[in-house]
Design a protein around this ligand. Structure first.
Ligand code: 6PG
Length: 462
């Protein structure tokens, strides 16, 4: 008998956590996994919640277990597995049954699927890792409002809450939800990189040991930088390794993994023509981190770095400044995408959604939501609160980038943030030289500053 409120396919880490979250909120969830053993193991481990879990061994059984019109969440790896799963599931469904892809899909795949499928489809980004999925993730939806409304009560119930309001938002049409999730991850990369650079300055510039760095992050987590990523950085720095009887950080290989969402953000920014240099620097930094052997060789060839001394307050202010500039870029990218793809996406809704549950959750996002409300259409750099904050902290960012450069210590994301700031506040830029060069070698034409005439050429055209 059909008794389940919703179905879920894919009982990996995130899928299992999400299914338990759904059951805990009082909904009955029918679950299916490619390997049946996993399905049974999941129910065995569900404890009291097992009463609200319907294990299904076939897709046919899954369809039979869900009340119509059905809604089924896919939590399978992004890419081909999603297409294969949809193809396998489709024959068992009725025309108005809703498929929800809750994986980290590329938004272009989501748009393609929505276009191709003759059934309701939502693409939702889910952030917060396993802990978030289990106890309250941030949910970024994309698709038709009518389809969203069908599952909104469940999504709202399982989502994280910020001061009582649920972090489950329909961001806009078709691929908007997965796009917002990609930008979230791009910012996640940048936020993490800025923190890692700051850690590097303390470690290599000031000779601080990880256990001494931990309380610095912990203290910053009490102030303007309060965020999940700063909080966990303190915990990571503090962790002890029993095998070596030393800091765990010191035994972790310095090569960052990546599943691709940050890279997608960088690629899409280029398609949109939106500058996101801090995020791009963070993606490149992960790529550079992976070249460990080459780095070891070049360290031999070119020598090491020097010491530096920076007040902790200056480092904190520099990190704050870098963070604001990175978010400025991420939100500008969202605005550009909304225009290009004709999405109703509002940046304040995104900022509100990110206040709890997701990996980049932070106190500052609440101020950002307010900033977009008081200064609609403006970038974060123009919003009064953040303009003041930037004015107050950019000197520290400059001091840190200068000191780091002097000591030969790499701060690619901080330097990118400063470069962005300086470029964007330079009313008379230097691209007149580029236009001159383009005209010289290709007669591409330039616009004159004095009379606004376009398609002008230099004397070399004669
Ligand atoms: C989240 C995260 C998550 C992401 C991991 C790993 O919001 O919960 O962004 O979706 O998959 O953080 O990402 P990388 O492997 O690319 O670092």
């Amino acid at each position: 008998m059909a008794e389940a409120d919703i179905g879920l396919i894919g009982l990996g880490t995130m899928g299992s956590a999400l299914a338990l979250n759904i059951a805990e909120k009082g909904f009955t969830v029918a679950v299916f996994n490619r390997t049946t053993e996993k399905t049974h193991a999941f129910v065995d481990e569900a404890g009291d919640l097992a009463d609200r879990v319907v294990p299904c061994e076939t897709l046919e059984a899954l369809a039979a277990a869900i009340k119509g019109p059905r809604a089924i969440i896919l939590m399978v790896p992004a890419g081909d597995p999603v297409d294969q799963q949809i193809e396998a599931l489709d024959p068992h469904l009725d025309p108005d049954d809703l498929i929800i892809d809750a994986g980290n899909a590329n938004f272009r795949d989501t748009m393609r699927r929505m276009e191709a499928l003759e059934r309701p489809f939502l693409g939702i980004g889910v952030s917060g890792g396993e802990e978030g999925a289990r106890h309250g993730p941030a949910i970024m939806g994309g698709g038709d409002k009518a389809h969203w409304d069908r599952v909104e009560p469940i999504l709202t119930a399982i989502a994280a809450k910020f001061e009582g309001s649920a972090c489950a938002t329909l961001m806009g049409e078709n691929g908007a939800g997965h796009f917002v999730k990609a930008v979230h991850n791009g910012i996640e990369y940048a936020d993490m990189q800025l923190i890692a650079e700051t850690y590097g300055l303390m470690r290599d510039g000031m000779g601080m040991a990880a256990p001494d760095i931990a309380p610095v992050f912990a203290r910053w987590n009490e102030g303007r930088l309060a965020s999940y990523l700063i909080e966990i950085s303190a915990k990571v720095a503090e962790a002890h390794d029993a095998a070596t009887d030393g800091p765990l950080l010191d035994v972790i290989v310095d090569a960052a993994g990546q599943k691709g969402t940050g890279r997608w953000t960088a690629i899409e920014a280029q398609h949109l023509g939106t500058p996101i240099p801090v995020i791009e620097a963070a993606v490149s930094a992960r790529n550079m981190s992976a070249q460990r052997d080459l780095r070891a060789t070049l360290a031999e060839a070119f020598g090491g770095t020097d010491r530096l001394d920076l007040p902790m307050d200056t480092l904190e202010a520099a990190l704050t400044c870098g963070k604001v500039l990175c978010y400025t870029q991420g939100f500008d990218m969202l605005r550009a995408a909304a225009e290009t793809f004709d999405w109703s996406l509002m940046r304040e809704d995104v900022a509100r959604n990110w206040r709890a549950g997701c990996i980049i959750r932070s106190a500052m996002l609440d101020d950002m939501a307010e900033a977009f409300e008081v200064a609609p259409g403006k970038t974060l750099m123009e919003a009064p609160y953040f303009a003041d904050l930037l004015s107050e902290t950019v000197g520290a960012l400059r001091e840190v980038v200068v000191a780091a450069s002097g000591a030969g210590l790499p701060v690619p994301a901080m330097a990118a943030a400063l470069g962005y700031f300086d470029t964007m506040r330079l009313a008379r830029g230097t691209a007149n030289m580029i236009q001159g060069q383009r005209d010289y070698f290709g007669l591409h034409g330039f616009v004159r500053l004095d009379d606004g005439e376009s398609d002008q050429h230099g004397p070399w055209a004669e």
